[in-house]
Design a protein around this ligand. Structure first.
Ligand code: GYE
Length: 346
């Protein structure tokens, strides 16, 4: 069974959602093309000094969540390498999974007078005060990967990232098709309060609502990392309901890969005794599919460095950006894994 979405299917899906995603995709193309234009004269702090002097280097402060997953490592690499390629000075700060560290980093970027601040917010809430401070300092903000729940959308210029609800739909729809709509599911949830954890659950549950033969009987956070994914799956498999579990839905591949180990250690066959579907599409997931241990991964593209710096350059050229820019993604299953593996970029 092939579930790779063709451009036509994707287009139909995009239009099906009121054209919103089509618009996002178009914006993405617009942004992508910015990078190919001849060098612009940035405004604000990065403005060219008078008398034709050399252009001031653009300085961007970026607060990353941490290094919890293969996805995150690829995302960091994409951002760092793209900054280097464009000669942009990147002040990179790793928050080690803590919002408090991110807020401190954002304040230090204000103090250093960077041209643009970008960050991937670990959770959705609690950002208004620091975003107000950044706004007061007149520094544009680009959100990457994860959204915030701030009501005032003038607190950031644009958000570049995936549609996590749609990813949850895709995982649920794949599972419904693969199991004929019958599944007793254990769910490994991402970091509590994080946009992808909230939305991937929501999207998946919307599909379950239409499939009465599918239900979640276990649901717990594995914090988007492999170690916790394994630990939580071990606990699921020791619970009184363990024998009922026929499927695992993990909000990311790393937790699924940890859980696959736990399933094997419990003497069961992942991919057969328990059908496993997860999200991200990291290389390890493709390997696990090629080995028959993972059944499906819903792609979530971390390589957003070029889009981020297109946005930075556009903002410094005083352009107005769309509030949201999406990323093109697909769904892959075992039959496609061997062929796709050598071409995976993360
Ligand atoms: O799926 C997960 C990472 O925010 C989309 O964060 C990202 C998620 C990704 O830890 O692997």
């Amino acid at each position: 069974m092939k579930t790779f979405l063709t451009m036509k299917q994707l287009g139909a899906g995009l239009l099906g959602r009121g054209g919103r995603w089509l618009a996002l995709a178009a914006c993405g193309l617009f942004l992508a093309s910015c990078g190919e234009e001849p060098a612009k004269t940035p405004g604000g702090a990065a403005a060219e000094a008078g008398g034709g002097a050399k252009k001031k280097q653009i300085v961007v402060g970026f607060s990353q969540i941490g290094a919890e997953s293969g996805w995150r490592t690829a995302n960091t690499e994409s951002i760092q390498s793209e900054a280097k390629k464009r000669g942009i000075k990147l002040l990179f700060s790793d928050a080690q999974g803590k919002q408090e560290n991110q807020i401190n980093a954002l304040r230090s970027f204000i103090a250093q007078g960077v041209d643009v601040i970008a960050f991937s917010p670990v959770i959705v809430s609690g950002w208004e005060p620091v975003l107000q401070e950044i706004k007061k300092a007149g520094i544009p903000v680009v959100l990457t990967d994860r959204a915030v729940d701030a009501k005032d959308d003038t607190l950031y210029a644009t958000f570049i990232g995936s549609d996590f609800i749609e990813e949850g739909h895709r995982a649920g729809e794949w599972l419904a098709k693969a199991t004929g709509g019958k599944a007793v599911i254990a769910e490994l949830v991402g970091t509590p309060g994080a946009a992808p954890a909230i939305d991937r659950k929501k999207g998946f549950e919307e599909v379950l609502a239409k499939n009465p033969g599918m239900k979640i009987i276990k649901s717990q956070s594995g914090d988007f990392n492999r170690t916790k994914g394994k630990e939580v799956m071990e606990a699921f498999l020791k619970s009184p309901e363990a024998k009922q579990i026929t499927a695992l839905y993990a909000h990311n591949d790393d937790m699924a890969l940890g859980a696959i180990q736990a399933i094997e250690e419990a003497g069961l066959k992942p991919g057969k005794d328990i059908v496993v579907v997860s999200i991200d599409g990291v290389r390890g997931a493709f390997q696990a599919m090629a080995d028959g241990k993972l059944n499906c991964t819903v792609e979530c593209n971390p390589l957003i460095g070029p889009q981020l710096f297109d946005a930075v350059e556009a903002l410094l050229a005083k352009k107005t950006l769309p509030k949201r820019t999406g990323v093109m993604e697909s769904v892959y299953e075992q039959s496609q894994a061997k062929e796709a593996l050598p071409n995976r970029k993360y």
